[in-house]
Design a protein around this ligand. Sequence first.
Ligand SMILES: [Zn+2]
Length: 219
Amino acid sequence: MNLVLLGPPGAGKGTQAKVLNEGLRLPHISTGDILRDSVKKQTKFGLEVKKIMESGALVPDDLINKIIEERLAQPDTENGFILDGFPRTKQQAIKLDEILKKHPAGAIDLVLYFDSTLKVIIERLSGRLVCRNCGANFHIKNVPPKKDRICDFCGGELYQRQDDKEETIKNRIKVYEESISPLIEYYEKQNKIRKINADFSAQEVYKVLMKLFKDEHLL
Ligand SMILES: [Zn+2]
């Protein structure tokens, strides 16, 4: 089974990716994790990525596409995979379809869109802590760092993003929905988008997903 996970910040997409990874035994491929990992290991590539991240710019499509192509060439993806954070644009989705033409697991089966109400998203995001250095996410209650206000991955300082404050969350969601709409359209034309109510706990959402996979004859 080949899945793509989409959803605005705070919809619980990352959490669900981890639950699905354990439940389905499919590799969870997060472009954010791959980038952070390369920064942590201080490879030549990682140093390049660090420079881009520190400048506040987005990592360019070419680089992200290359990362995904290399990751999907690894044998653990042969029976399927869960993509989280990729594709982010229609161009990336086209590139992905191209890569998958030669991939043993075949094309994308479903694109899961995690949808939450504003109230729930605010609860989730208002406790979030972000690393100033590598961008890793923690949560005061749900995913606390090992040391107070210190990043587990790189030792950087954790802070609450200005845009995790209630008044700006609404706007971020609107911006996300607008930026992602060409991608949604692209997958709608392929009849692959499924909207998931992500207001419930991770366990409940997981149950809904298992039923969906059975209904779609993917399990
Ligand atoms: Zn860090």
